[in-house]
Design a protein around this ligand. Structure first.
Ligand code: VG1
Ligand code: CO
Length: 543
């Protein structure tokens, strides 16, 4: 086996964001670009050589080529064995499950998640550690630092490896095992949920529509929902993964999963609607003529967890990202368990789960998960809901409304301003941050501000501190306005504004969300002079 050292000059833009390194496909297609980042991973993660690595992706454009490059670099780095998903496919939660099950030293996941794919779309790469979770911040910083000083990378020369057939093969001295991307994951799901109860519900005529959005969850959802649980054939739509996601935006929300939303609001709507994103870690849950906000979904799962076999003994604690609504906090209070507030991104939940501090966690961005893996998990959330429905016998709408009457309702929305001029977006944030201390104790538009800051988080397990995680404005009545710049976008800047209002009175829980939040949305625009800085008079996406 000939190991070749290739001399390179470093790329200056290989700084991982909220979830790995995401760039347009064209950036990744530059000669040596992917190789440099992979070498930075290998140089920064101790103990990969001589150990097992998991490799797979969401199947988007450039996935197949990138897999071949990484295999040849892994062989040059002295990796002992690579477990690679058949056809190069592995959903993000399945990759996490496989890393944990086979005690791999880590995994490389190729995905830009909910970002569009295809030659003009985005590509991405991230490293997950031996616990199955995204590399923590200190490690992603080490990768970036390494990428800035890189002078060479190592690769072997070889013919492309056949990853279309399951089974073992060899690349130089490295073993390769092409694995079924679905079976380890579906086995794990069967160990957590009452599949018999769900089967019985389907047998009685329960109908689900699952929109895989032409992305990775198609094969997983077909296998588990249709084959194992007996949902009607055709329940899973857009089930064949495409390299460009059928030209769509594989983001399960009201704006992008239009086909599903239209059906769920039609006269013949199925009992449940669900969708997942490009890499299978997000989920959207809908009932008949009813949308469950992700923050509410997390709270409902937490409140009903003991109905599900895998969580029957109760929850150690829960966590949510800072911008996520405080609905789950109400549940934690009542259950008498801890509730942690972390910065945006799944990497902050790993330590809490490893330390046994939390069992469930979630984000407002359609992400929910538990300590069964170290990623958010789209299909898992759908199965969790199915299990609750099978036990309760109520509709999704009833379950959520009962939840509100017990815990109160957290009205919640996120307004995104995409592709804003990056400099103007930072100016907006800087100017607003400068104003925050003067806002405390004032009542603009009659809304009483009690606190305002730039959120910082101290990890209770390793003591690491993450600064500047979003501007928060907190109000006397429990309402919040939060501003962040996205760390996953690839064009200009994306400004996210999150608004939340708590309503305990049952008589006021049936309002339209945008109307209920209107005074705070208005104030959010005024305080940050959003139209002026973004040159937009309305958000590009509202969720
Ligand atoms: C977004 C979401 C965040 C999520 C991240 C990765 O990040 O807001 O909650 O963890 O995407 O999800 P940002 O920095 O753009 O706001 V995924 O499914 O894209 O891996
Ligand atoms: Co995702």
């Amino acid at each position: 086996m000939m190991i070749k050292s290739v001399s390179v000059s470093p790329f200056d833009d290989q700084k991982p964001g909220t979830s790995g390194l995401r760039k347009s496909v064209v950036v990744f297609q530059q000669p040596h670009y992917l190789e440099c980042f992979v070498q930075a991973i290998f140089n920064s993660v101790p103990g990969l050589a001589g150990n097992t690595l998991v490799l797979g992706g969401d199947g988007r454009y450039h996935n197949a080529e990138a897999i071949q490059t990484i295999l040849r670099m892994a062989a040059a780095h002295g990796i002992k064995k690579v477990l690679v998903g058949q056809y190069g496919l592995l959903s993000t939660p399945a990759a996490s499950a496989v890393i944990r099950k086979y005690q791999a030293a880590g995994g490389i996941i190729l995905s830009a998640s909910h970002n569009p794919g295809g030659p003009d779309g985005d590509f991405g790469i991230k490293f997950n550690s031996a616990n199955g979770g995204p590399a923590v911040e200190s490690l992603t910083e080490a990768m970036y630092a390494n990428s800035q000083q890189l002078t060479e990378y190592q690769i072997i020369e070889s013919e492309p490896v056949d990853i279309n057939e399951q089974g073992p093969s060899q690349l130089g001295e490295m073993q390769i095992e092409v694995i079924d991307p679905v079976s380890d994951y579906s086995e794990l799901m069967a160990s957590l949920f009452d599949f018999d109860a769900i089967r019985q519900m389907f047998r009685k005529g329960f109908r689900i529509r699952f929109d895989a959005m032409h992305a990775i969850t198609g094969p997983y959802a077909r296998e588990i929902l249709e084959r194992e649980l007996g949902a009607e054939a055709g329940s899973v739509i857009n089930a064949v993964p495409k390299t460009d996601f059928g030209g769509g935006h594989p983001d399960p929300n009201l704006a992008h999963a239009k086909e599903l939303v239209t059906e769920m609001y039609s006269a013949h709507a199925p009992d449940m609607g669900a969708a997942s994103d490009g890499d299978g870690d997000r989920n959207m849950i809908l009932g008949q003529h009813f949308f469950v906000t992700p923050s509410d979904s997390l709270a409902v799962l937490a409140a009903n967890a003991t109905l599900v076999p895998g969580y029957a003994s109760g929850l150690a604690g829960v966590a949510r990202s800072m911008p996520t609504s405080q609905a789950v906090d109400q549940v934690a209070k009542e259950l008498g368990i801890a509730c942690y507030e972390t910065p945006t991104g799944w990497k902050f939940f790993g330590n809490l789960m490893d330390g046994g501090h939390i069992t469930l966690c979630g984000e407002e961005s359609f992400g929910t998960g538990s300590d069964h893996v170290r990623e958010k998990d789209g299909l898992w959330a759908v199965l969790f809901w199915l299990n609750i429905l099978a036990v309760e016998g109520d509709s999704i709408k009833q379950i959520v409304q009962q939840h509100w009457s017990r815990f109160g309702r957290n009205y919640y929305t996120r307004h995104d301003y995409e592709a804003v001029d990056a400099e103007r977006a930072s100016e907006l944030m800087l100017r607003l941050e400068g104003k925050l201390e003067y806002l405390i104790g004032t009542a603009p538009n009659g809304l009483h501000i009690t606190a305002a800051d730039n959120f910082a988080y101290t990890d209770p397990v390793d003591g690491s501190i993450s600064h500047k995680q979003g501007l928060r404005i907190l109000f006397a009545d429990g309402a919040r306005i939060i501003y962040r710049l996205s760390g996953t976008g690839t064009q200009g800047a994306t400004l996210r504004i999150y608004v939340e209002v708590y309503e305990q009175a049952a008589s006021k829980q049936e309002q339209d969300t945008q109307q209920a939040l209107a005074p705070y949305i208005q104030l959010a625009l005024e305080l940050a002079q959003v139209p002026t800085y973004t040159a937009m008079n309305k958000p590009t996406v509202i969720t």
